[in-house]
Design a protein around this ligand. Structure first.
Ligand SMILES: [Ca+2]
Ligand SMILES: [Ca+2]
Ligand SMILES: [Ca+2]
Length: 285
């Protein structure tokens, strides 16, 4: 009888664990993020998860991720053809993959009061292993750039490393603007924001420091490449990075390991210089 009880207890624990494992991915599946898409000056809601991407227009759902074999790796929105409406750009890849296979661009329009989604571009870029896509405006010329982070080797740098690729969308295709083998050092993530409010986004890169650790480096576009404008001190690791827009300007909030401790730090531009003679992204005290 006791053995039976032990077995039923074990069975109960296994059942609970089983139910929990079933519940956990289900929770993630329904935990959509909300983004905003402008169309004819109006806002539409765009919902996404790794396996879902849809627009809710007047209560009707329009699915974009139709191919069930694929998952969403990353997405971005932006008016890449300068017509006043934002397009949706996505990277899709095989289920469970860190890298995308295809870049797909969708446009939206109203036809006889019907909301229509049109795929305007699709390209297999699996050979360069893309993992991040972002629209940005690096040269203030009314032609948005499309940034794609890829993971590949190059002729001069044969090791597999993250590389920054920039494109423009011209005549219905992605045209290379700048495809760097690297900026200054290997990077782990990138962001864009117009920190100095001059109409051009700065290229904000989390990169490896020379002697270990990581720095946040801010670059600006200058004609045919990027110039380093500011950098942070070196941190053991940078776990989280956010760009905060406030009345007093833009600053960064990071979660970083510093001297073995995980801390939240506010970084802001300053006129102090680092040992490299570069403006310091200073920790707010
Ligand atoms: Ca557009
Ligand atoms: Ca541009
Ligand atoms: Ca700027």
């Amino acid at each position: 009888m006791i053995i039976y009880k032990k077995h039923s207890l074990l069975f109960l624990i296994i059942t609970i664990l089983g139910v929990l494992t079933l519940i956990t991915p289900f929770k993630e599946q329904t935990d959509y993020n909300l983004s905003v898409l402008y169309f004819d000056g109006k806002k539409y809601d765009l919902y996404y998860s790794p396996t879902k991407l849809y627009v809710d227009y007047n209560g009707t759902t329009y699915n974009l991720l139709i191919d069930k074999k694929n998952e969403l790796i990353d997405l971005t929105i932006g008016d890449i053809n300068s017509d006043g409406n934002e397009e949706i750009l996505i990277l899709v890849g095989s289920k469970g993959s860190l890298y995308g296979n295809e870049v797909i661009i969708y446009d939206f329009f109203i036809d006889s009061n019907d909301f229509k989604i049109q795929e305007i571009y699709r390209n297999d870029i699996s050979t360069v292993k893309p993992w991040k896509i972002k629209t940005c405006e690096i040269d203030n010329d009314d032609q948005m750039e499309i940034f794609i982070a890829v993971n590949k080797s190059t002729y001069y740098y044969p090791s597999i490393e993250n590389r920054p690729f920039f494109f423009n969308f011209k005549n219905g295709i992605l045209v290379k603007k700048w495809t760097g083998s690297k900026v200054r050092a290997p990077f782990t993530d990138v962001y864009f924001a117009d920190i100095n409010n001059n109409g051009s986004d700065e290229f904000i890169v989390i990169e490896e420091a020379d002697n270990g650790g990581f720095v946040i480096a801010v670059y600006y576009w200058f004609g045919f490449g990027f110039i380093l404008q500011a950098e942070s001190l070196v941190y053991d690791t940078i776990k989280d990075f956010s760009i905060i827009h406030s009345d007093k300007g833009i600053y960064f909030e990071i979660e970083a390991m510093k001297n073995g401790k995980l801390i939240t730090i506010i970084l802001e531009p300053s006129t102090d210089k680092t040992k490299n003679g570069i403006y310091l992204l200073k920790e707010r005290s």
